[in-house]
Every structure is written in structure tokens, then in C-alpha cells.
Design a protein around this ligand. Structure first.
Ligand SMILES: Nc1nc2c(ncn2[C@@H]2O[C@H](COP(=O)(O)OP(=O)(O)OP(=O)(O)O)[C@@H](O)[C@H]2O)c(=O)[nH]1
Ligand SMILES: [Mg+2]
Length: 212
């Protein structure tokens, strides 16, 4: 999280950064698209290789979406960066992982074959970053099953697990709220950083209540 030093009101502006990662076809681009208030910058192109049989287009560089809250206390901007899923673009995660407040690791709960490599990539990223983690188990409605999958991936008992259907906005909001709560709980910044995070959580929950 950073506070841009751009003028007299700079202390009121905050930027919160989430990294959305996970294997091919897990639902990363869908998650960011479900939350973003600005048109998602995506880099999806025609899928090549064996994976073309699974889906026609895949992310090759990054997804970028935003969600912002502006009120009397200033502006908080949530930036969501999504990684490509194909293994050959794994280096993009290294490019994007700087200064993140929380990582969302998306896996397809119904795609067992993707889980082993997904778990290795997830733990290796977290060993490097020491950042709060949320495991979003997509295409899954059963919390017990989601927890079983997350443990198999190597999620720790204190790391949040959210079963989700990311094509639905409310489910995507649950995941992002869980990531922001994880960032709050593990906040390594001064207490003054709590309020901006809480304002984004509150705004997402209000959207949820209106949509319900
Ligand atoms: N039924 C169902 N389909 C989903 C869900 N979430 C995503 N999808 C679909 O799954 C496909 C893959 O979703 P993407 O968001 O492109 O996945 P991705 O992780 O960004 O994929 P790559 O960038 O190629 O690694 C798309 O066709 C989505 O519409 C879900 O909750 N339920
Ligand atoms: Mg994608």
C-alpha cells in the first residue's frame, strides 16, 4: 500500500494493490472483471498449444482493474493486477509482485490436475513475498471441499479460503473483501492505514447489500 506524495492532500490518498494469480483457466480475469469499475485492461489473445482445446483465449501479459472509493476522508484506490495462467508466462508474476498488500490465489475447484503445480507456485510466491493470502476456490460451492483443496495446495491454517463462483459479482466481492480483511489483520503499516482498507471493505459490502 502506498500514499502518493503529490501535494497538500496527499496524506488522504491511498493505493491498495492486490495480485490475482493462479493456473490457466482458473478465473483470474473473470474475478477482476467482476469487480473493476474501469474497463479491464486485459491482454487475452488466441490460446495456442494443447490448452487451446480448453479455452479459446488466454491472458499473455496481465489484467488490470480498479475499484475506488472517494469520500470526505479522501480517495482510496484498489488496484488489481492479474497474472497470466500459462506456465510459459510465469515470469510475469515476478514482474508484477512488487509492493502487494495481499495475494489472491485462484484455482478451479473442479480441475484437480491443475492443483499440484498451482500449490507449488502459490507457496513459492508466498515464501518470497510474506504477504497475506486468500485462496479462492472457483466453481466450488462447498466450504469443506474448498478447505480440503486449499490444504492440498499448501495453504496454512491461518490463511483464508473462499469457495466461489467468480462469474457472479457477489462471489468475486466476497473474495476481494477476504483479501482486504487479510491485509488488515496482517497490517505492517501504522494504524492510520486501517481506515482506508476498511473504507474499501465497507464500499464493497454496500454494493453487495444493494445488489442483494
Ligand atoms: N461456470 C463458471 N465458469 C467460470 C467461472 N469463473 C470463470 N468461468 C469461465 O471460465 C473461463 C476462464 O475464465 P478466465 O477468467 O478467463 O480464467 P483465467 O484464469 O483468467 O485464464 P487464463 O488467463 O487463460 O489463465 C471463462 O470462460 C469464464 O467465463 C465460474 O465461476 N463458473
Ligand atoms: Mg486470464
Amino acid at each position: 500500500m502506498s500514499s502518493p506524495d503529490t501535494g497538500a492532500d496527499a496524506h488522504d490518498d491511498h493505493v491498495v494493490k492486490l495480485l490475482v494469480t493462479g493456473p490457466f483457466n482458473a478465473g483470474k480475469t473473470t474475478l477482476i472483471g467482476s469487480i473493476s469499475q474501469t474497463p479491464v485492461v486485459d491482454t487475452d489473445v488466441a490460446t495456442t498449444g494443447d490448452e487451446a482445446a480448453t479455452k479459446q483465449r488466454t491472458t499473455v501479459a496481465m489484467d488490470f482493474g480498479t475499484y475506488s472509493v472517494t469520500d470526505d476522508e479522501g480517495r482510496v484506490e484498489l488496484l488489481m493486477f492479474g497474472t497470466p495462467g500459462q506456465a510459459r508466462f510465469a515470469f510475469m508474476t515476478d514482474v508484477m509482485k512488487g509492493d502487494v498488500d495481499a495475494v489472491i490465489s485462484v484455482v478451479d475447484g473442479s480441475d484437480d490436475a491443475s492443483h499440484q503445480l498451482a500449490g507449488q507456485a502459490m507457496r513459492s510466491l508466498l515464501a518470497d513475498l510474506h504477504t497475506p493470502l486468500v485462496v479462492a476456490v472457483n466453481r466450488c460451492d462447498d466450504p469443506d471441499e474448498a478447505h480440503r483443496i486449499a490444504r492440498r495446495l499448501g495453504a496454512l491454517s491461518n490463511e483464508a479460503v473462499v469457495p466461489c463462483q467468480l462469474i457472479h459479482g457477489e462471489s468475486a466481492r466476497d473474495v476481494v473483501v477476504a483479501a482486504l480483511i487479510a491485509a488488515l489483520e496482517r497490517l505492517e503499516r501504522p494504524d492510520s492505514w486501517r481506515t482506508p482498507l476498511q473504507r474499501v471493505i465497507d464500499a464493497l459490502r454496500r454494493t453487495e447489500a444493494v445488489a442483494a
